[in-house]
Design a protein around this ligand. Structure first.
Ligand code: C2O
Ligand code: CU
Ligand code: CU
Length: 486
């Protein structure tokens, strides 16, 4: 677009805002440009009930409803404890947790704790269906480093649809040894759930999450379910926990003035030290924690830049940050963060190879809920090689933490060197991972690995593994019974 057309468009949108007009229609605003008229919604924190036994009990209800997303319309949506998205769950390492998840939807779903290290029965994948009207009560002891995690449905073949309608929430894990970072939720520790949607003229969600190569690549970006958002920052530094909760879209996140900022955490924990960057990329399911510094009385836009992955087209405004005329002092950014040791590859580590085929298979097999694809001994560290000879994919493994060894033979960017659970696998590239498996064993209940582009996951680009007592690998049955309503 020419500079002149751009300026005209900006002037027009400014005019509309000045008149107090709330109509979206008829404003010739270029795609991706926002006017930032709506205050960013911060998902409420979910308060647990703590019983005499010390167990923290969280309640989630999956329900349908209507949500005002675009001005002047309402949208039929699904949410947890509300009509759209879900509350933020926050718990600390060492906590004993029990969830009560009630399904008030018209169809069977599941809730998966993405990033959580827990027994397979508690994982909330396709083998733990929650029928309409039923309540599922998984429990576990939280034992993993501080991280930004999340939760979302995982019903076989229906994940794309359920997530697209609005079922997703953040799950923040705290840890005593956490270093001093901004941590006042919603003030200087701000969740940003990025999702793209397509809307019909009447405000209803449009687009088919299961069509074309990638499914949904929407032209409206929502942050925490807010369209056209701004956020007020009152501190010298703010931490943003960015979660890509989109079905397929990848974001290449920058500030509009290209200021540098620091990445402090990846999917599964804090980095050993802050990494200075001016851009971070996230594919669906990935999280990154950043800390940015601000001056008083400024306005800067968080934006996603167009890329060539096929899932990141268009320069898209995400959020305007408006800072107060006086800012509260923040603690300086610590030089050292996590004490977590990098995942080491033991000599003779087992290597497993996974080839991503088309949009619906891994190693030429579509997902079969009754088939165990891999059997892993508890506590192992293995090398998993993910080979992609087609278009963009990513790869997520349940239960584990992994370190990216290389991407097409080159080391990953510095900000992606921490513990992760989801990784971008660019077209025509092999990614190698050092994968650290947990110690919960269960030869009958599998964990999943899959592409987190939900269109692909639902079409069958998913496999199943069990973690077993070392030495019993060969005794495991490779077929399992499948729950009725999966
Ligand atoms: Cu975020 Cu298998 O999921
Ligand atoms: Cu997961
Ligand atoms: Cu994919």
């Amino acid at each position: 677009m020419s500079r002149r057309r751009f300026l005209t468009a900006v002037a027009l949108s400014g005019l509309a805002a000045g008149c107090g007009s709330s109509s979206e229609a008829g404003e010739p605003r270029p795609v991706g440009k926002l006017a930032f008229r709506t205050q960013l919604r911060i998902p409420p924190l979910l308060r647990p009930e703590t019983g005499k036994d010390g167990v923290r009990r969280f309640r989630l209800t999956m329900q349908s409803g209507r949500t005002g997303i675009l001005p002047g319309t309402s949208t039929a949506t699904w949410g947890f404890n509300g009509s759209f998205l879900g509350p933020t769950i926050r718990a600390s390492r060492g906590d004993r947790i029990q969830m009560a998840v009630t399904n008030r939807l018209p169809e069977t779903s599941t809730v998966h704790w993405h990033g959580m290290r827990l027994p397979a029965k508690m994982d909330g994948g396709p083998h733990q269906p929650i029928e309409p009207g039923a309540t599922w009560r998984p429990y576990w002891t939280l034992d993993q480093p501080a991280a930004t995690s999340w939760y979302h449905p995982h019903p076989h073949g229906r994940t794309a649809t359920h997530v697209y309608r609005g079922l997703a929430g953040m799950f923040i894990i705290d840890d005593d040894v956490e270093v001093e970072l901004p941590d006042r939720y919603g003030v200087d520790d701000i969740p940003l759930i990025l999702q793209d949607k397509t809307f019909a003229a009447d405000g209803s969600l449009a687009g088919d999450p299961l069509k074309d190569t990638f499914g949904i690549l929407g032209d409206h970006i929502l942050v925490n379910g807010t369209y056209d958002p701004f956020v007020n920052v009152t501190t010298e530094r703010a931490r943003f926990r960015i979660l890509n909760g989109s079905n397929a879209r990848m974001y290449n996140v920058v500030f509009s003035d290209r200021r540098a900022f620091h990445v402090v955490g990846n999917d599964a924990g804090l980095l050993p030290a802050p990494v200075r960057v001016d851009r971070v990329s996230l594919t669906p399911g990935e999280r990154v924690e950043i800390v940015a510094a601000f001056a008083p009385g400024e306005q800067v836009v968080l934006r996603s830049l167009s890329g060539s992955a096929g899932i990141d087209e268009g320069d898209l405004d995400l959020l305007k940050i408006i800072t107060a005329s006086r800012l509260t002092a923040s603690v300086p950014l610590p030089a050292r963060l996590a004490r977590t040791v990098p995942i080491a590859v033991p000599p003779g580590a087992r290597v497993r190879r996974f080839e991503l085929n088309g949009h619906d298979a891994i190693n030429h097999k579509e997902m079969d809920p009754s088939r165990i694809d891999e059997v892993v001994p508890a506590g192992a560290t293995e090398i998993w090689e993910i080979e992609n000879n087609v278009y963009a994919h990513n790869f997520h493994i349940h239960e584990v933490a992994f370190r990216i060894l290389d991407v097409g033979g080159s080391p990953p960017p510095g900000y992606a060197t921490g513990h992760k659970d989801t990784v971008y696998v660019p077209s025509k590239t092999t990614v190698r991972l050092a994968v650290q498996f947990g110690r919960y064993t269960d030869p009958r209940d599998p964990y999943m690995y899959h592409c987190h582009i939900l269109r692909h996951e639902d079409s069958g680009m998913m496999g199943q593994f069990v973690i077993v007592e070392p030495g019993t690998e060969n005794q495991v049955s490779r077929t399992i019974p499948v729950a009725h309503h999966m």
